[in-house]
Design a protein around this ligand. Sequence first.
Ligand SMILES: [Zn+2]
Length: 406
Amino acid sequence: MIKINKDSPEVAKAEKAHWEWVRSNFKIKEPKPPQNASREVKGAFTKAVNRKKRLYELLGFITEKQKKDQNYFAEDKDQEFEELICTQPSQLKRVRDSLKFKNLVVEKSSQLKEYLKKKKDLKNDQDNEALKNEVEALEAVVKNDLDEYNKKKKLSDEIQQLLGYKKLYDKESSWNAYSLCDSLKLTVCPYCNRQYVFTAKNEEGEWKCRPQLDHFYVKSKYPFLSCSFYNLIPSCPFCNEGKNDCDKDTIYPYLEEFGNNAVFRMDGDEIKIVKTAQKSFIPKASYKISIEKKFSESEIAIDRVQGHKIEKFKKLVKNSNDVFHLEILYNGHQLELKNLLVKYAAILGVNLEKYAEIYYEEKNVSEEKKESLKKILLGLPLFFDDGDDYPLRKFKTDIINQLDEV
Ligand SMILES: [Zn+2]
């Protein structure tokens, strides 16, 4: 889990462009067309205003009476709407849990979940009489829950539709998922740090590839956040689809990261072998890769890390690992790990100091130069600017640190 730099100019620019697009969809801050404007222009304006009124009504910004008032334009609510779309990362959770939107949260009771799952199973197994009876029995129990859920689901779909969630995925739209991801200039998935997530155009300038957009707070449960800029996280399909509708609290990339507090580790007793076998080092068939929680003495003393109590942070790390299957996935990167170990053993085998003297043709090579040569020998990216990233960077860095530490 790696952080997105929310203070970068790219993020600020993308946030502005995103709001500009939402604003224009509802003609917010646009004057009413003059009397002599064409029917199309007037019609489009009226439609946009009516859409906005309906949305504001559903979001609880205005009452139905205000909506019907021909003179009521809800201009004073536009600011509130802008704040919802551009809710800052530090406020996103507060908005998610605010009383104002409490009625819009779509939740399934555990019985309802069970019923919906069994109903789905029955579709694929229609002759299963026992299952059929179970579904029928459950149906009577969950009837009220189901009615309530369906009512809320309908409302949720309408809110998402009005907010423009589907339009955001339209390539023809002036601002869309492609331009949003492109503007952020992220290179790798912030959740797993394993896959590239850049966008690409063909020679004609048409968008061809983009990452998926994950709703950090899932849109099925929190429809009012479905178009909020800081709730949209470009991510790889493994992470977005693996997470699905799970709404466990995880590390939020606009505010938090694993950093030095949750690090990748390989089985510790193998380290000595890497460092002593040197040239004759042959990697094992597979190593055990785990995520270890680590806190400095001062962090422990004040019991605070990344804005949380340590226990709370540990829980976020655990949830993130569960939701994105990180340890399981990283244990699949044996090839990268073994390659790294062989190179590391080879460097130590001849001694980095000696390599550096030959390479730079000088004695007493500076630490900076040695560090740079170490990167070359370990096969790590060299032209690495601030803000750039590459797949498996954190994994490789953590393992190298583990090797260096002993
Ligand atoms: Zn990912």
